[in-house]
Design a protein around this ligand. Structure first.
Ligand code: GTP
Ligand code: MG
Length: 197
């Protein structure tokens, strides 16, 4: 699929204030700093569409972008930021949970995982939540430019092994690097295949 146009639509924390749910939607989620906003920019070929930062906790709102005037990409705030206050964590929980459960046009969640670190409880719990609620998700391993091929292979194999302890089947996985522009076609192909409108 070609990305012809990519535009920012709006930011908010309330699912009832999001754009009318009349177009297919794909959301990017994962731990703070994992590279959600960077991946959105790489995929859309727009350097500064989604705001990125070296410091975790940059994205704080539900950000809607419209692609080719046909479907929405959504950049979400990350979870698991150690310095976040209890109050902001509780808020995150509340509005992200509501967004996931109530957003009727949400087709897929892209769950981003940093390929350098071993499986984290918080990510496994989030997958569990998605699975329990029947929300389809795809894992995107990020920052693969930061590892050598053999270290990368070893980490992915270990991750798969951990997943198979609780899941009967592995989810679809994409391997990406925003800096090396890897994984773009894979993500766009998945969106094209599932976007049957
Ligand atoms: P929050 O909005 O805080 O939840 O973070 P985020 O997940 O949106 O991460 P963001 O895209 O802002 O990236 C965080 C940092 O990681 C930035 O310094 C990026 O430049 C860097 N980064 C993101 N993706 C990659 C990648 O594929 N490779 C490398 N080397 N760095 C990356
Ligand atoms: Mg972000």
């Amino acid at each position: 699929m070609q990305v012809k146009t990519a535009e920012f639509v709006m930011s908010n924390t309330r699912v009832d204030l999001c754009p009318e749910p009349t177009k297919p939607e794909y959301a990017f989620i994962g731990r703070s700093n994992v590279g959600k906003s960077s991946l959105i920019n790489m995929i859309t070929n727009h350097k500064n569409l989604a705001k990125t930062s070296g410091k975790p906790g940059k994205t704080q709102l539900i950000n809607h972008f419209i692609i080719n005037e046909e479907w929405y990409l959504v950049d979400l705030p990350g979870y698991g930021y150690a310095k976040a206050s209890k109050k902001s964590r509780a808020q995150w929980d509340q509005f992200i949970t509501r967004y996931m459960l109530e957003r009727e046009n949400l087709l897929y969640v892209f769950l981003l995982i940093d390929c350098r670190i071993p499986a984290q409880k918080i990510d496994l719990e989030f997958m569990e939540f998605l699975g329990t609620k029947g929300i389809p998700f795809i894992i995107v391993f990020t920052k693969m430019d930061k590892l050598s091929g053999s270290a990368f292979g070893k980490n992915i194999a270990a991750y798969k092994k951990t997943l198979l302890e609780t899941w009967d089947e592995l989810p679809i996985m994409v391997f990406s690097s925003a800096t090396a522009a890897k994984g773009r076609e894979e993500v766009l192909d998945i969106i094209e295949q599932t976007n049957t409108d």
